[in-house]
Design a protein around this ligand. Structure first.
Ligand code: GDP
Length: 408
């Protein structure tokens, strides 16, 4: 067997121009050509400003204008999963954006299981990816995995609700959770500060892992500071508005109150800028990477191990193909057994139905016979009646005959 020999790495200075400093440009050109893709999920009770925030984040009307729509009074029965896709472009860079909304979440009398359909949807997307990865042809893998989930916390100013905690606990291992305080313009600055502290305490107490930009020691000081600034704003207190208002003669995106204007794009008024910075400008790729390398990977490992395919067999020398064949055979046997059972049930049901039909046919015959006999009886009775009537009526041939005999 050949031995792997580690080769010592020697740092060399180049004597002249080679050109690989251009590698980042090559990657840049390729990725711009290919375009980018990002999937964002928004979760929270209805009316917390989810669609407004998405429109505000991407500065476009991704959501149809809800304010002009007739309100529906129908209460959905379950949490729905709705997807909106849009191709957005900025300075020649194309982004295929998918927003997944979850209307109905938290809107029922009993919201205990509200998190379940959302978790199932996220896992189904991992399954679809895994299935594509396992195909022989893996050229065109479509990635529909959720890269980040904005969780909208109601601006109560108290602490997290049991539903918030349950949702985050259940989803944290599967998706990059980004908690936001919705409609933070309805709280004062002090209320927001205290609310944030309590939310972070609840999150820590329940050992919920939320997404935070990583701090790497080898990053440049500017990046480290930027990331620290972002972290210090979590959970982001946000204000959304897709309408412009006037401030000192200038049009800005914001919400107008009798006491003044809350500006969306003003870091002193809310954390919208920091959220957008993290989500779009600085950490979109990092969110995708974390989804792929950590969250999806742990799901994939768990799934393969649970499914009987022991990952350690890859290293223990067992042929994965024979394992696969074995599983295939077991699966086929299971399917054949199910099919036989289904056939038996079907035949039994058909026999039962035939018996029932026979029985009702016989019943019908009996009733028919009974009715026929009855009618015959009635007919005979009527005939008898008729005969008797005719016998007693004057002018009838029989009576005339009798009368003739009398007056001779
Ligand atoms: P969704 O059901 O969660 O998608 O909520 P919408 O985005 O449809 O918003 C519901 C209502 O809240 C609309 O009338 C919005 O104008 C309003 N709204 C949205 N964001 C904010 C916000 O940040 N602050 C305040 N005060 N109202 C908001």
């Amino acid at each position: 067997m050949s031995e792997i020999v580690s080769i010592p790495i020697v740092k060399k200075k180049l004597a002249g121009y080679v050109g690989f400093h251009n590698l980042p440009n090559q990657v840049h050109r390729k990725s711009v050509k290919r375009g980018f893709q990002f999937t964002l999920m928004v979760v929270g009770e209805s009316g917390l400003g989810k669609s407004t925030l998405v429109n505000t984040l991407f500065n476009s009307s991704l959501y149809p204008n809800k304010e002009n729509k007739e309100p529906t009074h129908e209460t959905p029965k379950t949490v729905d999963i709705q997807t909106i896709s849009a191709d957005v472009e900025e300075n020649g860079v194309k982004l295929k954006l998918t927003v997944i909304d979850t209307p109905g979440f938290g809107d029922f009398v009993n919201n205990e299981e509200s998190w379940r359909p959302i978790l199932e949807n996220i896992e189904a997307r991992y399954d679809a990816y895994l299935e594509q990865e396992n195909r022989v042809n893996r050229k065109r893998i479509v990635d529909t995995r959720v890269h980040a989930c904005l969780y909208f916390i109601s601006p109560t100013g108290h602490s997290l609700k049991p539903l918030d905690i349950e949702f985050m606990r259940q989803l944290a291992a599967r998706v990059n959770l980004i908690p936001v305080i919705a409609k933070s313009d309805t709280l004062t600055e002090d209320e927001i500060k205290a609310f944030k502290v309590r939310i972070l305490e609840d999150i820590a107490y329940n050992k919920i892992q939320i997404y935070q930009p990583p701090i790497h020691d080898n990053d440049d000081p500017e990046t480290i500071q930027e990331n620290r600034d972002i972290i210090s704003r979590i959970p982001f207190a946000i204000v959304g508005s897709d309408k412009e208002v006037e401030v000192n003669g200038k049009k800005v995106r914001g919400r107008k109150y009798p006491w003044g204007v809350i500006e969306v794009d003003n870091e002193e008024h809310c954390d919208f800028i920091k959220l957008r910075q993290m989500l779009i400008r600085t950490h979109m790729e990092e969110l995708k990477e974390y989804t792929n390398e950590v969250l999806y990977e742990s799901y994939r490992m768990g799934k393969l191990t649970r499914g009987g395919y022991d990952v350690s067999s890859e290293t223990s020398g067992m042929n994965p193909l024979s394992k696969f064949e074995e599983e295939k055979l077991a699966h086929e046997q299971k399917m054949a057994k199910m099919e036989a059972e289904m056939k038996a049930v079907f035949q039994q049901k058909v026999a039962e139905k035939e018996n029932k039909l026979k029985q009702s046919e016989e019943e019908l015959y009996a009733r028919h016979r009974e009715m026929k006999d009855q009618l015959e009886k009635q007919r005979l009775e009527l005939e008898e009646k008729k005969r008797r009537l005719e016998a007693g009526r004057p002018g009838t041939p029989e009576k005339a005959k009798k009368n003739k005999g009398l007056f001779k």
